[in-house]
Design a protein around this ligand. Structure first.
Ligand code: F6R
Length: 260
């Protein structure tokens, strides 16, 4: 696991965007795994900026989102469909038929989840997966005690996640209780993983995910077993890391990969 500690949220977003751009430059028809929430907003802004500057073409890209709330119509202002459209898809040139977001309104969740997994396989698997992390250490909506080999499924949100996400809704009662989410096992099959975290509120979860034991109680800790996972964090989110000096030293001494 590589840990990149950035001075600011903006630096974190730029560094992660560069990593996505590197994948797209090497493979223009890459499959991207997308996350929602407040953390990746800066990353999406950077990708949109690169696209508008003519540096990044998404015309052959396919995407799969991690999760969606159950029961919210796609037009709901807090649905992840709406989030992705507003913050990313409407600004870039991904063909709409290449966009996949779990359905929060299907009447057959089990069949839908199986189909979603199958679509990921048919598209060749996810090349780069973007992740945030919950304050309880979740990735996607894999709450504590989720199986580390779980697949896409219906999941009941933890009360702490409902509390955290209440800030986006008019009241806590409006936050959906269920979500469809990729499993930890699904995420672990991505070829490359970028996990982003910012702010003090994430410091404990980041420390446990990066330096704690691999445990289903912090599902992000499974990333320690991934061959190509990079954690991009700002100073505040890095606040509880014991090996912080080492990560900075590695970043400083990193051999520059030759650029073609
Ligand atoms: C969103 C998702 C969640 C969020 C996490 C952090 O698609 O999968 O795991 O990444 O809850 O959310 P923010 O970034 O709002 O703190």
């Amino acid at each position: 696991m590589e840990v990149i500690i950035c001075k600011t949220d903006d630096e974190m977003s730029r560094a992660a965007a560069e990593a996505v751009a590197d994948v797209l430059n090497a493979k223009p028809n890459a499959v991207l795994g997308m996350a929602t929430g407040s953390t990746p907003l800066g990353l999406y802004q950077q990708l949109v900026r690169m696209h508008k500057a003519g540096q990044l073409d998404f015309s052959q890209v396919t995407t799969f989102n991690l999760d969606e709330y159950v029961g919210l119509p796609v037009t709901h202002e807090q649905s992840y469909h709406r989030f992705m459209h507003e913050n990313f898809f409407r600004h870039v040139n991904i063909p709409p038929q290449n966009v996949h977001i779990p359905s929060g309104t299907t009447r057959n969740y089990r069949a839908f989840c199986d189909w979603y997994e199958q679509r990921i396989r048919e598209c060749g698997g996810i090349d780069v997966q973007i992740l945030g992390i919950g304050s309880d250490g979740h990735i996607a909506f894999n709450e504590p005690a989720s199986s580390l080999s779980s697949r896409t499924r219906l999941k009941t949100l933890a009360k702490s996640t409902i509390d955290d996400n209440a800030r986006f809704f008019k009241s806590r009662d409006e936050v959906p209780i269920y979500a469809i989410t990729m499993g930890v096992g699904t995420i672990m099959e991505a070829r490359k993983i970028l996990l982003l975290a910012n702010g003090k509120k994430k410091a404990d979860a980041v420390a446990q995910a990066v330096e704690g034991p691999v445990t289903s109680m912090i599902t992000a800790s499974a990333l320690q077993m991934h061959p190509d996972a990079t954690v991009y964090i700002d100073h505040e989110a890095a606040g509880k890391l014991k090996m912080r000096e080492y990560y900075d030293w590695v970043k400083e001494k990193k051999p520059e990969a030759p650029r073609v």
